[in-house]
Structures are given as C-alpha cells and as structure tokens.
Write a protein that binds this ligand. Structure first.
Ligand code: FES
Length: 256
C-alpha cells in the first residue's frame, strides 16, 4: 500500500517528485477517474429522469424497490430515494476508498509518487468527515437487503404475463444480481464478520464452520476489486438495457 508524503518521510523513504516516474503509473488513476465519473453522471441523470425504468417483467435496479412518494402533485423519483444507499456502500468500500483517494484527490496518486501539494499534516481517516468511512459495516447490512430485493426482481423477470419465459433482459438481470452478490459478499467487513473476533477456530464446531466459510470468502475477497468494477458496469448496463427497451429504441430478445 502506498504511503503518503508524511508517512514516507517518517519511514525514511522519500517519494519521487510527480514527474520522475517514467512508467505509465497515471493510467490506473485516470481510468478510475473516468470510470467513476461516467457512472456518477449517468446514474444522476437516470435518477432525475424518472421514466423508462420498467418494461414487461423488468425493473431497473436504479428504481428498485419501487417506492413512490408524492409531495403535492410532484412525484419524487424512486431512484433518488434508493441510490444514496448503494452510493454510501461503494463510497465507504475499502477498495474504492484507495482508488478514489488516488484518482480524485491525488493522495497520493500512485506508489512512490509525491502528492502535488504536500499536506501540512496527515491525519488519515481519523478526523471528520473521513471518520464517516467507519460506517461501512452498517452500509454492508443495508446492501444485503438490496441484494435480496434485486434477486426477487430477477426471479420476477422470468414471469411474462403469467407464463414462464426468458429474455435477454432476464439474463442481464440475473448476471447483475450475481455480480452484485459477489461484490457484496467479498466485502472486507463481511470477511471480518465471519472470521474475525475469534481467538480459536478449532475450539468449537461453529468455529470450524466459520473457518471454512472464512476461507471461501477470503478467496472471493482477493478478487474484490474485480467484482467492484464488474458489478458497477452490470448495474449501469442493466439500467441502460431496460431504459432502451422501455423507450422503444431497441427490442428485447426473447429466448423462450
Ligand atoms: S470492502 Fe468493498 S464492499 Fe466492503
């Protein structure tokens, strides 16, 4: 893990000036910046659009659960009520934190690369507003509820007017909820929940079971970054597909 300027100096290592590294270290933060910015702009536009969110048995993940609240004649977009929860989950995610600190704040931009403007004092995440990041484990609990809701939506996507069927939209929704599940259950907080706060795995039967589950979660946890990006892509793509079908721009492909 990269140290910031103050930490590096403390450890006796001097980070390189920003333009000294000759390799393409900047590609990764640039891709993160572009990926998160694109998703953020798209999701915000879709949340305010408040239409084209469903077609047949399909419901966009941005609008699920479909909660409609009216203020007078004005209906608040369900996406505006829902999206803050997955947003908090992703923003407080241990992987994304490292990624967006580098891409957006250049804090530091990469390993062995000095921050553009050395900060006077490094406080890590020990001061407000960064202490909010500690809410991640609670955001995880809410994310699990969303997984259950999206899994129910994926099952409903097989119901075409009372007949069992499957379209491309069904497949996309199933893949989406699977990848979101991989992302959610490879979470560091979940890994700690299963395997942490335990002094001895072999001292009890439940300890052995927890150890086995923890081993599997650890395997998935190694690919947490991959699941983070794949699930971000599929959740956006699922919404886009349903929007295009709903708006009549494309037709759903029906397998049976
Ligand atoms: S650490 Fe990434 S979702 Fe929990």
């Amino acid at each position: 893990m990269a140290l910031n300027t103050a930490q590096s100096k403390e450890a006796g290592r001097v980070p390189l000036p920003i333009n000294s590294r000759k390799d393409t270290w900047w590609i990764k933060p640039l891709l993160v910046f572009l990926g998160l910015s694109t998703f953020g702009i798209y999701a915000t536009w879709r949340a305010f659009e408040n239409r084209y969110y469903s077609w047949g048995p399909y419901l966009s993940p941005f609008y699920s659960p479909f909660l409609v609240i009216h203020i007078g004649h004005f209906a608040i977009s369900p996406a505006l009520l829902i999206l803050p929860f997955p947003l908090i989950f992703r923003m407080t995610c241990y992987y994304y934190r490292g990624a967006y600190y580098r891409a957006f704040f250049w804090d530091p931009p990469a390993c062995a690369v000095e921050e553009p403007a050395a900060r006077k004092q490094y406080t890590g995440e020990s001061r407000f507003p960064f202490t909010i990041q500690n809410l991640h484990r609670f955001a995880f609990y809410i994310a699990v509820i969303f997984i259950a809701i999206l899994a129910a939506d994926a099952i409903i996507a097989f119901d075409f007017n009372g007949h069992f069927g499957m379209g491309l939209g069904t497949l996309i929704m199933v893949v989406n909820v699977l990848l979101l599940s991989f992302y959610t259950f490879s979470c560091h907080s979940f890994r700690h929940l299963i395997g942490g706060a335990l002094n001895c795995y072999s001292c009890s039967r439940s300890g052995k079971t927890r150890f086995r589950i923890w081993q599997r979660i650890s395997l998935a946890n190694e690919r947490h970054m991959l699941f983070a990006w794949l699930s971000l892509f599929t959740v956006g793509f699922t919404d886009l597909y349903i929007r295009l079908v709903s708006a009549g721009i494309i037709h759903d492909v029906r397998f049976f």
